[in-house]
Every structure is written in structure tokens, then in C-alpha cells.
Design a protein around this ligand. Structure first.
Ligand SMILES: [Zn+2]
Length: 377
């Protein structure tokens, strides 16, 4: 594989407003229509990565469509500099845990995730990732294992997790396993429309799983195309037509990989693809106001800064600044400890302003789902 290191993810959530008239019935209106939540995670996407959309993208980035913006603090219980597993688990269970933990608390006890909680409330659920669907970020929403490397255990847990829309890579962990099992047969028994080759049309009255690569889906510069925005669009149509509320996590996985590789072209292309997908989701939120969108990351990757661009004279070594250009610099090939931006839109979005711990994102989503009745004036 081109990138053998760990990946991280970034997170966005979308929450919307009830269509009811608050004026007519302030006490009831907030709870009459259950809230949809979309959480988008740009793995490794700190402020510098978001900034690249402004320097290297065409037109105004979709990040500019947010009014409610905050920051979260990423450290976990075992490490000041966290990883995708502890980062996503803080979002999914509402507690900080140890590095490499998937859906378990710091004492390795499995905890109910927000996806599992909402399934019990009758929600549809969805997970979209560019990595294997067993990777740390998506796994943290449905699996419970002590270590993120247990891909085969995680794959087996996905087969019975009853997630309605799954899209990503990772065929090897389902059918080329050390235990000889073919987990895809479990998906068929669970009633899934399973496609291991292409992003075919979802079947409305069945759960749908698209596991489309042996390992990860290719990066943008390696020819992925529009997988992320197309899968997200198909999922939104699927959920909308089934006429039940939904929770969905969408991960732009390879912003992190670009940081690890110290590859500016890769990192920027992944940010721009994430921003394009963000546009699809924001359009949906604006048409379906009973939805909350939250967009964030688990951590920054690369210690990236954007600075002066120089032309260098190869014969003399002299540097001359090019004032109309910028350059991307990497300070590390690892994760960093910077504050991470949170963008929110829809019902409850204002509560994501400020600076808070990463696990507070879970609690802010729960508050948006069950707001206190609006007081009469
Ligand atoms: Zn990483």
C-alpha cells in the first residue's frame, strides 16, 4: 500500500430544525419531528487544512456557509496527542478514552454509541468512509474493541450492527480472513443489498452495504473520482425517501494521510473533495431544516502552516519571494495538538460555539436531540 500508517478522520454533524411553528406551540414543537444528524469528520483537518480551501480552491469554499463555529480540544486519557480511535470514540460515546480504543471507555468497557442510541429511537443510520469501513473512525460508531488493529473482529461486529447505509473499502477483512469465514454471507442473511464492485442504486426497503475495495478506496490523486460526494448524495436520498429520521457519519479520511505523507497536493485535493461533499450536505440541510450538521476533525495532521512562496535560483541558491503565491509547510509527519475547528448548521448549531473538550460534541448532539422546552416570554 502506498500509505501504511494510521489514518485519522474528521467529523461533521448536521442537525436541522423542526418544521413546526414554534410560535403556535412552543412546548411541543421542538420534539414533534425527530432531528436528523449528520456528522462529517475531515480526518486530520485543522485550521491550516481548512485554509487551503481558500488559497487553492476555486470560488468560495462551502466552509463559508457556516455562521456557528467553535473549537475543540483533542487530547485523550492516555496521550496529549491523540489518534483517530480515541478521537472518534470521544464523539461517539461522549467520554474521553485511551489511544487506540474503539467504542470502549478508559477501562475497556463497551459503551453505547450515539448511533446505537438512535437506532433504539427508530433512527436510520449511515456510515461513509474512504478507508476500510473497519478503520478507526467509522468503527468507533458501531464496534467495541480494545484495539483499533482488530479489523476482523470489527468486521464481524459490523455484520450485525444493523447500519442501514454503509460505504467504504475493506473487502479483505470480510472475505480474506485468517479464520476462513466469509462475513459477507452474514450481510446477506441480515437482508442487505450488498455490492462489492460499484456504488449501485440503493434498495429503499433494505439496508445497503457498499464495500468497494480490498483495502481503502483510492485517494483523490490516485483516481477516486467523486465517490465521497456521490455516496453521500445517495445516502441522503435513501434516508429521505424512507421517511424516518437518520444519523449519518461521513469521513473525509485522507486529509490525514496527506499530512502523514507530507504531500501538499494530496492533502489539498482531499480538503477540496471534502468541501465539495460539504456542499452536497449543506444543500440538503437548507432544504430539510429539521437537520443538524456538525463538521469537525479528530486532530490536525502534519503541523501544517501556510507561508511565503519562494523561487530558488538553483545556481546561486538565492531565494526570491513570489508575492502572489503561498506555500504549504509541514512541521511533522505525525498528528499535532492544535485546537480543531467545529462548524455547525441547523437546529442546535449555536450550541457548538465556544471552546470545549472533544467529547462535548457528543453531548451537544444529545442536547440538540432533546432540547429543553422553549420558555414562554
Ligand atoms: Zn493520522
Amino acid at each position: 500500500m502506498r500509505f501504511s500508517f494510521q489514518k485519522f478522520m474528521a467529523l461533521g454533524i448536521l442537525i436541522g430544525m423542526s418544521g413546526c411553528s414554534i410560535k403556535q406551540n412552543k412546548e411541543k414543537s421542538a420534539q414533534e419531528e425527530p432531528l436528523n444528524i449528520i456528522l462529517m469528520i475531515g480526518d486530520g483537518m485543522g485550521v491550516p487544512q481548512v485554509s487551503t480551501a481558500y488559497y487553492f480552491g476555486e470560488g468560495i469554499p462551502n466552509f463559508s456557509r457556516f455562521k456557528h463555529i467553535g473549537f475543540h480540544k483533542t487530547s485523550d486519557k492516555s496521550h496529549r496527542i491523540t489518534d483517530s480511535a480515541a478521537g472518534a470514540t470521544a464523539f461517539s460515546i461522549g467520554e474521553k478514552t485511551y489511544k487506540r480504543a474503539i467504542g470502549v471507555s478508559v477501562d475497556t468497557i463497551p459503551q453505547e454509541t450515539i448511533l446505537e442510541h438512535l437506532q433504539k429511537q427508530g433512527y436510520q443510520t449511515g456510515l461513509i468512509s474512504l478507508t476500510t469501513v473497519t478503520h478507526a473512525t467509522p468503527a468507533s460508531f458501531y464496534a467495541h474493541v480494545k484495539n483499533r488493529d482488530l479489523h476482523e473482529d470489527i468486521a464481524a461486529q459490523l455484520a450485525t450492527a444493523k447500519v442501514d447505509f454503509i460505504a467504504g473499502g475493506g473487502r479483505n477483512y470480510f472475505r480474506n480472513r485468517t479464520d476462513g469465514k466469509n462475513i459477507f454471507t452474514d450481510f446477506i442473511q441480515q437482508g442487505y443489498h450488498l455490492d462489492t464492485l460499484q456504488l449501485s442504486e440503493p434498495v429503499l426497503d433494505q439496508p445497503n452495504a457498499y464495500i468497494l475495495a480490498d483495502e481503502g478506496i483510492p485517494s483523490k490523486i490516485d483516481g477516486r473520482g467523486d465517490f465521497l460526494s456521490k455516496a453521500t448524495s445517495k445516502a441522503l436520498n435513501y434516508f429521505n425517501q424512507n421517511d424516518k429520521p437518520f444519523f449519518m457519519m461521513v469521513e473525509g479520511s485522507y486529509i490525514d494521510w496527506g499530512g502523514h505523507a507530507e504531500d501538499a497536493e494530496m492533502m489539498i485535493s482531499e480538503v477540496l473533495d471534502f468541501d465539495k461533499t460539504l456542499g452536497v450536505v449543506l444543500d440538503f440541510v437548507e432544504e430539510h431544516p429539521n437537520t443538524l450538521l456538525v463538521v469537525t476533525a479528530d486532530h490536525e495532521t502534519g503541523g501544517v502552516s501556510i507561508g511565503k512562496y519562494y523561487d530558488v535560483d538553483e545556481s546561486t541558491g538565492d531565494k526570491k519571494e513570489v508575492p502572489e503565491k503561498v506555500a504549504v509547510y509541514f512541521n511533522t509527519d505525525q498528528h499535532s495538538g492544535e485546537l480543531i475547528p467545529v462548524f455547525a448548521k441547523g437546529k442546535g448549531a449555536e450550541n457548538f460555539q465556544g471552546i470545549y473538550e472533544n467529547n462535548e460534541i457528543y453531548h451537544k448532539m444529545r442536547i440538540a436531540l432533546n432540547p429543553k422546552p422553549v420558555e414562554n416570554e
